[in-house]
Design a protein. Structure first.
Length: 202
């Protein structure tokens, strides 16, 4: 099984304009508005890129990784066998590709995108603050490793002495799984590389 890559991440927010201004100023990310819809394309300068989508209440807020797959139906079937829930199955989006949306067994959103233009960023941003690491928590680490290995083909390495942690490489992005969290409660953290942590917090 060929490991999947994360094409981009979708930030689902209530205030699209405010979030775009915040992330653009904080991380020097290049922003582009999507015509006709309340969303932005964010170019960090390095893969993967980001889309920022304004979601009306009561739609849930989340960070959703989009996985580039060769066969969305096959991967979705494999994911359901491993405990995922299908929210959207094989919707044809024309030039964008074929999209399936899932919930993993711990309530995290996951998208499968087949075909289309898989360029995650135009690489015109500064590249100074790229996305570096995606971390998910699950009550049982071995179950999470089995799920994401089976669905994504990622090869995880366990970190000794870390109290239950495993990591893998998904293209340019590192993926970490840690023991913790509760069943049905989303627990996903995204890490951004910065030059000066203290200055970024001021």
């Amino acid at each position: 099984m060929t490991p999947t890559t994360i094409s981009f991440l979708e930030f689902r927010v209530r205030d699209g304009e405010g979030a775009a201004a915040f992330y653009g100023r904080l991380f020097d990310w290049r922003l582009g508005r999507t015509p006709g819809v309340p969303s932005f394309l964010i170019d960090t300068g390095r893969a993967p890129g980001v889309t920022l989508v304004q979601m009306p209440a009561p739609m849930p807020l989340a960070i959703c990784p989009y996985l580039h797959v060769d066969d969305a139906a096959l991967v979705a079937h494999r994911a359901t066998d491993l405990g995922a829930q299908v929210l959207l199955a094989g919707e044809d989006l024309g030039d964008t590709g074929i999209l399936s949306l899932l919930l993993d067994p711990w309530g995290n959103h996951l998208a499968l995108l087949q075909g289309g233009d898989q360029r995650s960023a135009l690489a015109q941003g500064s590249g100074r603050h790229p996305l570096a690491w995606l971390e998910l928590a699950a009550p049982l680490l071995d179950d999470a490793v089995a799920f994401y290995s089976g669905v994504c083909g990622w090869s995880f390495e366990h970190v000794q002495g870390a109290g239950g942690y495993a990591w893998a490489r998904a293209g340019e992005l590192g993926v970490g799984l840690r023991s913790g969290g509760l069943d049905g409660e989303r627990d996903l953290t995204l890490y951004v590389a910065v030059d000066d942590l203290e200055a970024s917090l001021i």
